[in-house]
Design a protein around this ligand. Sequence first.
Ligand SMILES: [Zn+2]
Length: 466
Amino acid sequence: MALNTKIAIAVTKFTNRGMRIVGKNGRSLPGKIGLKFDKNLIRNLSSGTSTILITGTNGKTTTTHIITQAILNEFGACAYDPTSTNMSQGIATTLCLDAKVSGKRKSTFNVIECDEGATIRVVPQIKPDIILVTNLFKDQVDRYDSITKARDYIIDAIKSSPDSICILNADDQIVASIADFVDNRIVWYGVSCDLYSDEFKSIDKQVACVKCDAPLKFNHQTFAHLGNFYCEKCGNKAPAISYNLTSFKPENSLGDFSRFSRLKIKITNESSQSVDFTANISAPYDAYNALAAFCALDVFGLNQKNIISALARFKHAQNRFELFKIEGHSLYLHLIKNAVGANQVISTIASSNSFKNQKLFVVLLGKEIMDGQTTQWINEVDFDKLNSVKTKFILGGPCFDDLQNRLLELGIDKTQMRCIDNYSELLKEIIKCNQDCNVLANCSTNMDFRKLLVGTGELVDFWGQD
Ligand SMILES: [Zn+2]
């Protein structure tokens, strides 16, 4: 290993340790400094190891956690980032922490969550064995000016690594169109069963064909623009799938949400088989993540027993969905990051068994850098699906007035809303309401409000197995 690489590793490790001493867990800064000493740090540290790389708009973190657990089951060790810092600096840190200063790696596997835009810098360096794309939705609008922009970064990334096997979502026409531009081996996965009942399904009614702009049609649509699509004008259609989710059933209800789900996947490759297993997921949109992870790991050649055990046991990332007990009542904290994700959370709450009894909803909104510095996306969120005569909304966070405008626009009565700027006042108001509640908050507000909850209530290990 060259001297500058060794220095880069040492500096990254040193910075990381220093940050931990002062109580900071961020993985960006150490890698950023390391990359200044060796711009090929990621290439040098990943050479001779195997990598599964996960990218896409939603579901990256959950999919990465399942895959990491399965790799740990099979091999006992791998480099991964529990904090999901998915830009190249964070990835450099993750690889450095898994290396000795001599450059020798401790493990031979990497599971890398990668931001869509960062794929173009990371993939050419790391040349993953497997590249998995979950989906491509409109994200925080200022990041990419069109929905195909993120896709084009991914296409260029894949082109730089012709031996990578691509695991692609066949139900997403934007993801499916990647196949037109690359020569890599592709394995398709898709969902042929219903994930939501018709009443709670949040589907895009008008989807324009990515190839000719004509209205796209669907044989079956799961949610948003995902489903078995076809275009009558240009012949664009969903590719044939090798990993087909044919059944999804939530079970083991705990409180308002089911704790596990039963999934059935039909695999059609050299040897046709059907796999039936329980996964530690409850939200229907996570079915895609479980399926994607299963597909990638099976193609990678992992023992199916280890994959299934990972699906049953993996731990959800902190902050996606958590349950707190506060003065005897349940408080469900949900992370919402973009319109599609928020609508899925709302559909999941609205379709839960005891929704009829839930009348208190708290929505928090901010626009920090981590939020994409915009709140425009809430104009596509169907908050009214939570509304009934007795529903009460408490709105908070720095951008509560944008929320109020959106709720008014959706026809929700102003008397049902209360805006509270200050988080501790807001929590007092929740406690005063003396009932269970759901809190929907975007990245910055989720982080800030969570700190207060941790100090006040009891965090229930909702996903714990035992
Ligand atoms: Zn078309």
